[in-house]
Design a protein around this ligand. Structure first.
Ligand SMILES: *Cc1c(COP(=O)(O)O)cnc(C)c1O
Length: 482
């Protein structure tokens, strides 16, 4: 390469003078890394480090110190640490959205965590009937509990509620029509749209009514020889207000049953308890929906229920049997970890009077604003000290959301920090810098921006997390100074 010599900076060294991989591996500086990570990973990383140096050497920019052992060893250590760092990391959810889909939705209570640990490390009777010694059905592990809690005859569990809807429609409505109100053709984030799911299931969507108003006669007139079922979908993530009319479950069920057709209700979140008992907005429970005449109800495991990601289908025994026989059920079934977590969560609902203290999500929903504000005020000085003079932090009232499309228009009075750039000039860039610094922490802190400020809602910072949050403040100060 003729350009190489002329491009070489004063004092730079050539690629030929780089040490061989074997020599680097034998260096005493790398002994500890070899013990920790093993020879395979170390060799691979040393190669990558030397490749980078070679590129610099060819560009004529390699300083002799960079190729010297202490620097090279440090580079290899940094690369190994980056490679070994987990990609799925624990964060602080201070967004104010309790069930944040991008941050993993519901947090499991301890009883569920213990059950998952046990199921992870010991064999279990997942599909083994301990009474007879014969083959069991994994759904039986939670079937009785789900029936007891919802008043349904039978239940089955799949990967998530999207899967529950897809499976139900595939099993009961393929090549037939499904009647749904135009006001309920919802899109849930992440590409779940009722019309698309319907098409995937091979069912024909028969829309009735209008966006804002659907009447009983709309359903009634739409029923024909090709109708497989009537369906109602919970308007999870939006509210239709103003000049509106929708037909309740009981009335649609009566129309369906008069023609011997089933009513399927996708409840979305699907709560098992009357939330107004806990000072939260009222939602129809799964039990009430079953009692109103729904033949099948589908709902999520990790929304209001507060359990693992799962899709639950409860309802008529004959319909559940049909669903369980469909080949998609095998493809969409849940693993043992999901069932291990789901069972103890459902059991908590058997003692509703103690639910708010034992079920993590409900405990977070019901934290009172004065209590959250008191914690915010206690933590404010440490945060302000870390922020230095560039940002002003204050404790302010704010509103949390339940999230995951559950109760979209209802908010929970909360408290937390509002961090405002001290100088109005280039506030946007300052905020971006602050957010990046918070994300760079060992346990990243995620907030939300509004009104040229960063808002950190403390609803989801529970007492047992505070020490870890505060321990990161020196690192925050460092990240902001960098
Ligand atoms: C959330 C939701 C779904 C999807 O449930 P996942 O458990 O996220 O798959 C389907 N339908 C409605 C009405 C929902 O609110």
């Amino acid at each position: 390469m003729s350009g190489e010599a002329s491009a070489t900076a004063q004092g730079a060294i050539s690629a030929a003078r780089l040490p061989a991989v074997d020599r680097v591996l034998a260096a005493p500086e790398l002994a500890a890394l070899k013990a920790e990570h093993g020879l395979t990973l170390l060799t691979d990383t040393v190669r990558a480090a030397l490749d980078a140096l070679r590129s610099q050497a060819l560009a004529g920019t390699l300083a002799p110190e960079a190729a010297a052992m202490p620097t090279l060893a440090q580079d290899v250590a940094t690369r190994l640490a980056a490679r070994a760092a987990p990609r799925l990391r624990s964060v602080f959810n201070l967004t104010g959205t309790v069930l944040h889909t991008n941050l993993g939705r519901a947090l499991l209570p301890d009883v569920a965590v213990q059950a998952v640990m046990r199921a992870l490390t010991t064999p279990a009777n997942l599909e083994f009937d301990l009474a007879t010694g014969g083959r069991g059905d994994r759904d039986d592990l939670v079937n009785d509990l789900l029936c007891e809690l919802t008043g349904a005859e039978a239940a089955t569990v799949v990967n998530n509620n999207a899967a529950a809807v897809l499976l139900t429609l595939s099993a009961l409505a393929a090549k037939k029509e499904v009647i749904v109100s135009r006001g309920e053709l919802v899109e849930i984030g992440g590409a779940f749209r009722i019309p698309d799911i319907m098409a995937r299931a091979g069912a024909k969507l028969r829309e009735v009514g209008t966006t804002n108003r659907t009447h009983a006669k709309d359903y009634d007139e739409a029923v024909g020889p090709r109708t497989a079922l009537l369906m109602k979908v919970h308007c999870s993530n939006y509210a239709v207000t103003g000049f509106t009319k929708s037909v309740g479950e009981a009335e649609v069920a009566a129309i369906a049953h008069a023609r011997s057709l089933p009513l399927v209700v996708d409840l979305g979140s699907g709560t098992l308890v009357d939330l107004s008992r806990h000072g939260l907005p009222r939602e129809a429970t799964v039990r009430e929906t079953v009692a109103a005449g729904a033949d099948l109800v589908t709902f999520s495991g990790d929304k209001l229920l507060g359990g693992p990601q799962a899709g639950l289908i409860v309802g008529r025994k004959d319909l559940i049997a049909k669903i369980k026989k469909h080949p998609l059920k095998r493809a969409l079934r849940v693993g043992k970890l999901t069932l291990a977590a789901l069972e103890p969560v459902l059991r908590l609902y058997q003692s509703p009077e103690r639910l708010a203290e034992r079920l993590t999500t409900l405990r977070l929903f019901t934290r009172a604003q004065p209590q959250i504000r008191e914690r915010a005020e206690a933590l404010l000085p440490a945060l302000q000290a870390a922020l230095g003079a560039s940002f002003v932090a204050s404790v302010q009232p704010m509103f949390s959301q339940i999230g995951s499309g559950a109760l979209p228009v209802d908010t929970l009075p909360s408290s937390g920090f509002v961090l405002r750039p001290a100088q109005a000039a280039r506030a946007g860039r300052q905020l971006a810098r602050l957010e990046a610094a918070l994300r760079s922490l060992p346990r990243p802190v995620i907030g939300r921006t509004a009104d040229q400020s960063l808002w950190l809602d403390l609803r989801c910072l529970e007492a047992h997390d505070e020490a870890e949050f505060i321990a990161q403040m020196p690192q925050l100060a460092e990240a902001l100074a960098a």
